[in-house]
Design a protein around this ligand. Structure first.
Ligand SMILES: Nc1nc2c(ncn2[C@@H]2O[C@H](COP(=O)(O)OP(=O)(O)OP(=O)(O)O)[C@@H](O)[C@H]2O)c(=O)[nH]1
Ligand SMILES: [Mg+2]
Length: 383
């Protein structure tokens, strides 16, 4: 699958940069191309892999390269004003070969949050290829303005792109870890999970062609109908076979492979989603099992697919394999689409409404201060 990653704002740009780094190191490069959009020069300068020509500075006349300071309405206006600059750059990045656009941004700040729905709407207007968003949402403790920004952005994003893959920063935080360590881990996970998803169907050497290849159309069909989506991941190390399993293997039994596959899939769905949610409310799903070819047991993949089909609300569950001959692990990526019940999103939207009302009320303290200052003589009053 060929994908153009459009990284917007600081978080989005960093993630897009990491996609490109990972792609160029991969044995199947050029799955991902990446560009970055920002209102802040410093964020663009900090990138390491996206070439300078693909770093787009917008809003120069208005904010002079200094960013919008978490004002996502201002960012949305800038994106609308400078949309031709953005679209022109995108049209030069080999769009004719693409299978999909992935726009990535954090919804909590200003630039990424305000720009992502505008770019999505224009790309959908111009191109036939699907437009997906990877939307990072702030952890609960990040403050009111981040919550309100996220809610505003999500409201504009959902109707303007084909699917929104939500990544909850809060679900990843570990105690004792610095913010930078946490971001690096989250960003790495985004690149890893989407890398497996998008590379599984790419042409490789014969030993790496799966029995059941997941190509771009299966990913697109799963995401069709969109709404809120999530991606889970889990892996298990393949340990040396014990005596019992060796004896049983001689007698023709394949012990453990199928149950290992089922166990990693359950783990990914139940405990390791980008957005913790009621996974049973998903409408569609796609499973990719990655690992050495001899571990990719067909029956196991089928069993896992059937389990998920029985578990989720919808009935469309696709499955495939991704052979990685040298890997010591069996891993799986599970894409859940059309999630109807995401309590984390509901709570966030409810909180955003309260914040919005709070902002609408004139701060009382300021009024009191005005009244008190009114009684003080002015410094400029002539005596
Ligand atoms: N996962 C992840 N989240 C990040 C990263 N950097 C910042 N964030 C989160 O993103 C939000 C802030 O968004 P940024 O991307 O920094 O903001 P921006 O789009 O550049 O917007 P302005 O700076 O306000 O113009 C907060 O919720 C942060 O927790 C990152 O590298 N990874
Ligand atoms: Mg910024």
């Amino acid at each position: 699958m060929k994908v153009l990653i459009v990284g917007i704002g600081q978080a989005g740009g960093k993630i897009a940069d990491q996609f490109l780094m990972d792609d160029r190191k991969s044995h199947v490069p050029h799955t991902f191309e990446a560009i970055a959009i920002n209102t802040a020069v410093s964020d663009l300068t900090g990138l390491g892999y996206i070439p300078n020509k693909d770093r787009i500075l917008v809003g120069e006349t208005l904010v002079k390269g200094h960013g919008v300071g978490a004002d996502n309405k201002k960012a949305a206006q800038i994106a609308e004003d400078d949309i031709e600059i953005i679209l022109n750059r995108i049209s030069k990045s080999g769009v004719s070969n693409l299978d999909a656009f992935f726009l990535v941004a954090s919804l909590g700040g200003g630039t990424g949050s305000g720009t992502i729905p505008i770019v999505a709407r224009h790309l959908k207007r111009i191109y036939d290829e699907p437009v997906y968003a990877i939307a990072v949402i702030p952890a609960d403790n990040e403050g009111d303005i981040y919550t309100l920004n996220t809610a505003r952005s999500l409201k504009a994003l959902l109707p303007n792109c084909d699917a929104v893959i939500v990544v909850d920063n809060g679900a990843f935080l570990k105690s004792g870890e610095s913010v930078k360590e946490a971001y690096d881990r989250i960003n790495g996970s985004i690149v890893k999970r989407l890398g497996i998803l998008c590379r599984a169907g790419e042409a490789r050497s014969r030993s790496q062609v799966g029995e059941k290849v997941v190509d771009a159309s299966e990913i697109i069909n799963t995401l069709q109908g969109g709404g809120i989506c999530s991606i889970g991941y889990a892996s298990e190390e393949i340990k040396g076979a014990g005596i019992l399993s060796k004896v049983l293997k001689k007698k023709g039994y394949e012990l453990g492979k199928a149950s290992r596959i089922l166990s990693v899939v359950k783990h990914a769905v139940k405990e390791n989603l980008f957005l913790p949610c009621d996974y049973t409310s998903a409408n569609k799903a796609l499973i990719i099992i990655a690992g050495p070819p001899e571990e990719l047991d067909r029956k196991g993949i089928e069993k896992a697919r059937e389990w998920l089909e029985d578990t989720i609300a919808g009935t469309e569950v696709r499955g495939g394999d991704y052979p990685l001959p040298k890997s010591g692990y069996v891993g799986c990526v599970v894409l859940l689409a059309g999630i109807a019940n995401a309590p984390r999103i509901k709570t966030m939207l409810e909180r955003a409404k309260v914040v919005q009302e709070k902002i609408g009320v004139e701060p009382k303290r300021e009024k009191d201060l005005d009244k008190l200052l009114g009684g003080i003589e002015s410094i400029e009053d002539a005596k």
